[in-house]
Design a protein around this ligand. Structure first.
Ligand code: PMP
Length: 390
């Protein structure tokens, strides 16, 4: 729609027009039942809410090729809830967990887990020839005493992404996929559990998807709150995720996003097709950054460059010496170039290009709901801005 601004923010992200249209169309009267889905009970066995839940779950299973020995559940509390749920559900009789530190989100996950167990950083981002990279798994200092190893599949703030699923052998690998799920096929079998808070590729904020290996469901600590208890969620009947009143609207809207994705690539299509689009769009942005002769700088090595959350600064900018604000809720001061870039973007109908407030810089998020036309516009902006200010 012509009045729609392009939203490049880290989330909540743009939803496809078709999804928004469908929601508007159905809102007052869901499938001719004379009621809105928002007013319907989740305990109505086989009723619309349970069907919505089941369909969204089926789509996740289909799109991600989730093996049958994994449970798919929807919980509340966002990724922050899962930062606590992971140790509570997986520690078993151990009291320690390993974390790979690729940025603020890994640290936040680790700090929350630290309320329930001892946490250790088993690997962290290192700099090689001025570029950030993650050491190979063979160099991770994994401990036999640790119950699991946790990674953040895409750090939304630093723009460091695991483009392949690490192989940690028999150890339990857990991943926060919040800002990258549905951008590429995932080798689910490599993971003990993975979670994805909505608000990005999955749909509007309000629910967190968890995929967990079923044989691990008996490990939860007895003190695990029911709403974070994976087995309790997996075991409700006739469908999972009915421990308490589910966030119906969020799941319903995510369901439309998932169905749309499935439809657009056909039932035989896979996330390989999605990845081609994701990679093409990211490559186009990185190409301009790399060919800007240092006007734009991205400091991530090509094997770990985020395909969805692309961060950069201006080469000649003081921002490159800037310390981060020290807390995720604090704000750094933007440089003149950053302000000018954002102003130009706003005038051209583009929002949300500012980096995380605590870090500054520019961040271009290319989630699935962002139309190709928006990518064309941002490429043009990058080119024009480099000519005007370079
Ligand atoms: N992990 C990552 C990688 C994120 O990008 C975010 C949100 N930006 C979170 C966790 C937090 O998600 P929530 O606010 O739903 O807890």
């Amino acid at each position: 729609k012509s009045s729609r601004r392009f939203n490049f923010s880290a989330g909540p992200a743009m939803l496809p027009d078709l999804v928004l249209d469908k929601i508007v169309e159905e809102l007052g009267d869901y499938e001719g039942l004379g009621m809105s889905i928002l007013e319907m009970g989740h305990r109505d066995a086989g009723g619309p809410v349970q069907q919505v839940l089941q369909e969204a779950t089926d789509c996740v299973r289909h799109l991600l090729r989730v093996p049958a020995n994994y449970a798919v559940i929807w919980q509340q509390g966002g990724a922050h809830g899962q930062f606590a749920a992971v140790p509570l559900n997986l520690l078993g009789d151990k009291t320690q967990a390993d974390y790979v530190d690729t940025g603020v989100w890994s640290k936040r996950a680790m700090n929350e887990a630290g309320k329930f167990c001892t946490t250790r950083i088993c690997a962290e981002v290192r700099e090689r020839q001025g570029k950030a990279e993650v050491p190979p798994v063979s160099e991770w200092d994994l401990s036999d005493k640790s119950a699991y190893v946790h990674i953040c599949a895409n750090d939304t703030i630093s723009g460091v992404e695991f483009l392949e699923d690490p192989d940690v052998g028999d150890r339990l690998l857990v991943a926060d996929f919040t800002s990258t799920l549905l951008s590429r096929p995932v080798n689910i079998s490599r993971y003990a559990a993975l979670y994805c808070s909505s608000g990005k590729n999955l749909g509007p904020a309000g629910v967190c998807l968890v995929i967990v290996r079923r044989d691990l469901l008996d490990m939860a600590l007895p003190r695990t709150p029911m709403i974070l208890h994976w087995k309790a969620s997996a075991d409700t009947s006739p469908v999972a995720s009915l421990v308490n009143t589910p966030p119906v609207f969020a799941i319903y809207a995510c369901g439309h996003v998932l169905k749309g994705l499935r439809r657009s690539f056909g039932d035989c299509g896979t996330l390989d097709t999605v990845r081609q689009r994701v990679t093409r769009r990211a490559d186009d942005v990185y190409k301009i950054i790399d060919e800007s002769e240092g006007f734009y700088i991205n400091k991530v090595s090509s094997s770990y460059r985020s395909q969805t959350t692309i961060c950069f600064t201006f080469g000649r900018d003081a921002a490159n010496q800037r310390e981060w604000a020290g807390s995720i809720t604090a704000k750094v001061k933007l440089t003149e170039l950053e302000e000018a870039f954002m102003k130009e973007a706003k005038e051209r109908g583009m929002n949300g290009l500012e980096g995380h407030p605590a870090f500054g810089g520019i961040r271009i998020c290319l989630y699935n709901g962002l139309p190709d036309k928006a990518v064309d516009e941002v490429l043009l902006l990058l080119q024009d801005f480099a000519v005007a200010f370079g």
